[in-house]
Design a protein around this ligand. Structure first.
Ligand code: FES
Length: 118
């Protein structure tokens, strides 16, 4: 089982392949935002990797990050936990002014992932 470490939170073991945004919220107890429900549209689920950043990226994530000119972050809704990962939760409900984190993402990555190398 991959180990997920979010800075400031206790490390947790998560099922292999678990969607990162769900592992953060439901396993590590992080109040990560996911305003669009995990559809690679809002970028509120973004995280900063310290180690274990995946080499592959979904086309949807790449398009959104490029469109928004975002560098140094990844979209946790577009990542599977398939190796140990250490990261910072840089977009959380606390301090966001939002009423809630957004609708809960499904277990599977959506849109259906098309993987490309970074
Ligand atoms: S881009 Fe909206 S939840 Fe990930």
């Amino acid at each position: 089982m991959p180990k997920l470490t979010v800075e400031g939170y206790a490390p947790v073991d998560v099922p292999d392949g678990r969607r990162l945004v769900l592992a953060m919220e439901q396993d590590a107890g992080v109040d990560v935002l996911h305003a669009c429900g995990g559809g690679a549209r809002c970028t509120t689920c973004r995280v900063e990797f310290i180690s274990g950043e995946p080499e592959q990226i979904t086309e949807a994530e790449l398009e959104r990050l490029t469109q928004r000119n975002l560098t140094g972050v990844r979209l946790s809704c577009q990542i599977r936990c398939d190796q140990d990962m250490t990261l910072r939760a840089v977009s959380r409900l606390e301090g966001s002014g939002r009423a809630d984190p957004g609708s809960t993402p499904t277990d599977d990555i959506n849109p259906p992932p098309i993987w490309v190398d970074r």
